[in-house]
Design a protein around this ligand. Sequence first.
Ligand SMILES: [Zn+2]
Length: 159
Amino acid sequence: MAQMTRSTDLDGLIALGTARARSRRQSLTPLRTQVLAVLAAQSRPLGAYDIQRALSASKHMSPISIYRSLEFLMEIGLVHRLATQSAYVLLKRPPAENETLLCLVCRSCGEVDEVSSPAVGQTLGSTLAAASFTPASRLMEVEGDCSDCRRRMSLSHPG
Ligand SMILES: [Zn+2]
């Protein structure tokens, strides 16, 4: 099911977000929690305006406050902004510090999956060290076709 909830463990995410916020002497405010919940309810990336629309059902939210919440959720590693789509996605499994994660973005259905890659992380680490460059994030996007879409394509174009 493509439309199912991205992560059913919202409570776990909130607990992790609260702990990571606290270690930065910040807090997971009600708005940050609401933005997290909106992203958790979707399996696809959402634009800031989609999030605003989902939240405006209850009360008006300014786009700037949505962006600030998204910035914070990215800073604590729970959300990733897809550079290829200008959209935000909840990370199914938030990466640990210094963990390298590949975000696999399906160009057909929009599903985003993540895989951890210690091998890529090691190569990236030594390459960046040689360039004296400190990365802001160790998330890399790879666009392509997911297994479901590939299967669908081979069914509609046999041979
Ligand atoms: Zn797909």
